[in-house]
Ligand binder design. Structure first.
Ligand SMILES: Cc1ncc(COP(=O)(O)O)c(C=O)c1O
Length: 372
């Protein structure tokens, strides 16, 4: 069998090995958090935010955002219906209610035109996702947030290094969150980042992420229920090396993105999504829909590709359909992406030949015999 065509996977060089080795050898005693501090400084400089907290994972950073913003039971948060479930669960962790709204079918990000209808007197925040390498419509979202006095959390877990217009995503709303989990463009195995320009929000998030310790009384004193959400120095060293190479990693992802668009451009059965104009993408994902008249269903296609060791995945299930959640509004485009959406392999070890092979097999399965 050919090599595994992985859905995702990193690009690791000697630099990552050197940084991790350095952290293992020297990241103790006075320098126990040296790489964490350097990562936070490098990240804030890169995205242009004032404050950052590196966390064990992106979900923890999302939770710090909902905690620090003071969201609580009985509050409502308007959440995009398409995302990895962590987005919604971070709202649920503080007891607030998710009010899901549908996505824009071309960007897969929350449709701002639907947000206004979902606002009630209980609404306190908007939780958007910059989805699959595409940026949400931040101008429209920030306008609504200011009109209704809502806080904005940008879940930028999938868009490390991406911009909306001329600003890095994650720095436009009240808080931004990133992930360095193993399938992301820059990896730490696990890892996350909370960023904000608001000093008070930063202090509160840091407090919650470090057991709500009150150092004024004693470093062993805790004045509220808090969490141990800090990243390890060794993991921070790995992520630091990746962030120092982020523009190179984006370049590699862009090649993969371009190869898919080249080899699938004439395939009528697959509609690949193009990056929206306002977004400078990190090209970390290649996604789209299969069209209605295909020889086999989307799920059969995925099954057959997996048999060939080609790891494709479906769109996320609609979060408002999951247990513990409820649906207040119809979400036809989120459902369409759930039922018809496909995410193609974009692991960083894939070559043009691999991508051509994937596209050839997709076209063969979906349209019958065909060679590129
Ligand atoms: C949009 C989105 N939000 C949140 C998360 C959670 O991040 P983590 O796995 O680092 O906790 C992920 C990915 O895993 C994600 O894709």
């Amino acid at each position: 069998m050919r090599k595994k065509i992985a859905l995702a996977g990193p690009d690791i060089t000697q630099k990552e090995i050197d940084y991790v080795t350095d952290a293992v050898k020297n990241g103790w005693y006075e320098t126990y958090d040296m790489h964490i501090k350097k990562l936070e400084k490098t990240f804030t400089d890169y995205v242009g935010a004032k404050y950052a907290i590196a966390t064990y994972c992106g979900t923890h950073a999302l939770h710090l955002a909902t905690l620090a913003l003071g969201l609580k039971a009985d509050d409502e948060v308007i959440v995009t219906d398409q995302s990895y479930i962590a987005t919604a669960q971070a709202v649920s962790y503080v007891g607030a209610r998710c009010v899901f709204v549908d996505i824009d079918p071309d960007t897969l990000c929350i449709n701002p035109a639907l947000i206004e209808k979902a606002v009630t007197e209980k609404t306190k925040a908007i939780m958007l996702v910059h989805f699959a390498g595409m940026a949400a419509d931040m101008d429209a979202i920030m306008r609504l947030a200011s009109k209704y006095n809502l806080k904005v959390i940008e879940d930028a877990c999938q868009l490390v290094g991406g911009k909306y217009k001329d600003r890095y995503v994650g720095t436009i709303g009240d808080a931004g969150v990133f992930s360095f989990q193993g399938a992301k463009i820059a990896v730490g195995g696990e890892g996350g980042m909370f960023v904000t320009n608001d000093q008070e929000l930063y202090k509160r998030a840091l407090h919650y992420g470090t057991f709500c310790r009150n150092d004024k009384i004693s470093y062993l004193w805790s004045d509220d229920i808090g969490y141990n959400y800090r990243i390890s120095n060794v993991t921070a060293a790995l992520i630091l090396a990746q962030i120092e190479r982020i523009d190179e990693l984006i370049g590699k992802k862009k090649n993969i993105y371009d190869w898919y668009h080249k080899y699938l451009s004439n395939c009528k059965s697959v509609k690949l999504l193009k990056i929206n104009q306002e977004c400078q993408s990190n090209y970390a994902y290649v996604t789209g829909y299969i069209t209605d008249e295909t020889k086999i269903s989307r799920d059969e296609l995925i099954k057959k590709l997996l048999e060939l060791n080609i790891h494709v995945r479906p769109g996320y299930p609609s979060m408002s359909a999951m247990p513990n959640y409820e649906r207040r509004f119809d979400v036809p485009f989120s459902e369409k992406y759930w039922k018809k959406g496909l995410v193609f392999p974009t692991a960083l070890n894939l070559t043009e030949e691999d991508i051509k092979y994937v596209c050839t097999e997709v076209i063969k399965l979906i349209e019958g015999e065909h060679t590129l």
